[in-house]
Design a protein around this ligand. Structure first.
Ligand SMILES: *[C@@H]1O[C@H](CO)[C@@H](O)[C@H](O)[C@H]1NC(C)=O
Ligand SMILES: *[C@@H]1O[C@H](CO)[C@@H](O)[C@H](O)[C@H]1NC(C)=O
Ligand SMILES: *[C@@H]1O[C@H](CO)[C@@H](O)[C@H](O)[C@H]1NC(C)=O
Ligand SMILES: *[C@@H]1O[C@H](CO)[C@@H](O)[C@H](O)[C@H]1NC(C)=O
Ligand SMILES: *[C@@H]1O[C@H](CO)[C@@H](O)[C@H](O)[C@H]1NC(C)=O
Ligand SMILES: *[C@@H]1O[C@H](CO)[C@@H](O)[C@H](O)[C@H]1NC(C)=O
Ligand SMILES: *[C@@H]1O[C@H](CO)[C@@H](O)[C@H](O)[C@H]1NC(C)=O
Ligand SMILES: *[C@@H]1O[C@H](CO)[C@@H](O)[C@H](O)[C@H]1NC(C)=O
Ligand SMILES: *[C@@H]1O[C@H](CO)[C@@H](O)[C@H](O)[C@H]1NC(C)=O
Ligand SMILES: *[C@@H]1O[C@H](CO)[C@@H](O)[C@H](O)[C@H]1NC(C)=O
Length: 364
């Protein structure tokens, strides 16, 4: 009885611990985009990057300012790459999903519709679309919306009422999608677009928050992105040598290149920083992988331990395991076990005796 109550409490805290990977800092000095970048790299990590709407909200909350401010996104000038609309889903090209001869209009389009397969079309076309809902009510995740909208409107609609436009080949080519097409011949928007904007550190974050009334992707000399705090933080672009305030971000994960047992690592992180790292979603996993690369030991400790008395894995920050990346033979459940992430690809988790000595990753 008591245990199940305890479990219930833990369950309530499941997932989405997104706060501590990086921190935003608003700098109220007027600088060109390039000077702003130099400043951020000296004092923090870099100009701010934004992963999703939660990040956007944190960014806005970090200042009272209501003007314009640079963020770390600029235009590479023409070379467009594909992104899924849903943050964190990586685009991997697969010819068999596309109908490359299916274009009904000249020239390449920057948004994608699906009939049998994917075809790129102009984003200002209007058509029905399919939203993805992460809540999985009655195990349903995809919803056909039979209202005509252009791609941006469709994306806004899905982000307001569901999670996002359908994203990733698992959704786009999956069984649930096929059932939506049964008995219908239709072309519908998918959450796939391409643009020539890139984050400064090369991360392939796909989140975009353009203010469509003020932003024009074709204005060739406005190649640096800014947020309009005045307009819910939506983005526009300007000439890079204009001087504006800006946002930096500060990386909150740090690799400690010392070999320690799991307990020692835990103590070290708690004393010198804010604790051993927890990973509750694929995005945090990728973030931690970048640190793990530089380790001098074959594994790096994570803040995940096996609670012998409860027969349960849990994170030292009291979160249950909602996201997992065990190696196929790596999930040995035994007393005195904690988890090390591999130093190199595929960066999987392997249960280890906690008296082994490895490098580790702390929250700063
Ligand atoms: C930055 O420039 C704006 C407009 O050019 C000005 O109103 C503001 O006072 C300046 N801020 C600082 C900190 O110099
Ligand atoms: C930002 O501030 C608003 C209002 O104070 C609050 O509702 C929201 O949760 C905050 N967002 C984040 C990510 O902290
Ligand atoms: C806020 O937005 C309005 C129009 O939306 C604009 O006229 C005004 O200059 C903006 N204020 C600042 C501080 O940027
Ligand atoms: C975007 O910013 C990067 C980093 O400062 C720079 O190397 C690149 O030239 C910029 N792109 C354009 C088109 O200015
Ligand atoms: C365009 O981008 C792709 C992927 O980022 C890269 O492989 C390719 O070399 C780029 N092409 C040009 C002309 O810059
Ligand atoms: C592409 O998709 C097809 C059919 O869905 C699949 O059989 C194939 O393995 C995929 N290819 C790659 C490289 O992922
Ligand atoms: C989509 O429609 C909205 C509202 O009519 C418009 O502001 C926006 O520019 C359109 N977007 C595209 C890509 O055509
Ligand atoms: C950028 O383009 C606008 C309109 O085309 C023009 O007025 C402005 O002078 C240009 N700026 C630069 C720096 O070339
Ligand atoms: C990893 O180490 C290399 C060389 O020592 C360094 O340039 C790089 O910044 C390090 N990366 C991280 C994420 O610490
Ligand atoms: C940590 O241990 C590994 C072997 O597991 C060793 O190769 C590495 O040099 C050690 N690193 C440090 C900083 O002592």
């Amino acid at each position: 009885m008591q245990w199940s109550l305890y479990l219930l409490i833990l369950m309530g805290q499941c997932c989405f611990f997104t706060c501590c990977l990086y921190e935003y800092h608003f700098i109220a000095e007027n600088k060109s985009w390039y000077e702003a970048q130099r400043y951020c790299r000296e004092k923090y990590t870099d100009l701010a990057k934004v992963f999703d709407m939660t990040d956007m909200s944190r960014l806005r909350n970090s200042t009272q300012n209501q003007g314009e401010a640079w963020i770390g996104l600029n235009n590479t000038g023409g070379n467009r790459t594909w992104h899924w609309s849903l943050p964190g889903v990586e685009y991997i090209h697969n010819d068999s999903s596309w109908n490359l001869n299916g274009r009904t209009e000249p020239g390449p389009g920057n948004c994608v519709r699906k009939r049998d397969k994917l075809v790129d079309v102009s984003c200002d076309r209007t058509m029905w679309f399919i939203c993805y809902d992460e809540m999985k009510k009655d195990s349903k995740t995809l919803y056909l919306i039979t209202t005509f909208m252009n791609w941006t409107q469709a994306q806004n609609y899905c982000r307001s009422y569901y999670t996002d436009l359908a994203s990733g080949l698992d959704q786009v080519d999956g069984e649930e999608m096929k059932t939506l097409f049964i008995g219908r011949t239709m072309s519908v928007w998918m959450g796939l677009f391409r643009d020539s904007w890139r984050w400064l550190d090369g991360s392939d974050f796909s989140f975009r928050y353009w203010d469509m009334e003020l932003f024009n992707d074709e204005q060739s000399n406005k190649t640096c992105a800014m947020t309009l705090l005045n307009r819910s933080g939506k983005w526009s672009s300007d000439e890079c040598d204009k001087e504006k305030p800006f946002f930096c971000y500060d990386d909150k994960l740090i690799l400690i290149k010392e070999n320690k047992t799991w307990e020692e690592a835990l103590d070290y992180c708690r004393e010198s920083h804010r604790g051993l790292v927890s990973i509750t979603n694929p995005y945090q996993q990728r973030w931690a992988e970048v640190r793990a690369k530089n380790a001098s030991s074959p594994f790096v400790w994570l803040g995940l331990r096996y609670a012998c008395t409860l027969n349960l894995w849990f994170w030292v920050n009291d979160k249950l395991v909602c996201y997992e990346k065990w190696s196929s033979e790596g999930k040995t459940e035994d007393c005195g076990r904690a988890v090390g992430m591999m130093r190199g690809g595929p960066y999987e988790w392997v249960s280890q005796r906690d008296n082994k000595k490895y490098n580790f990753v702390c929250f700063k």
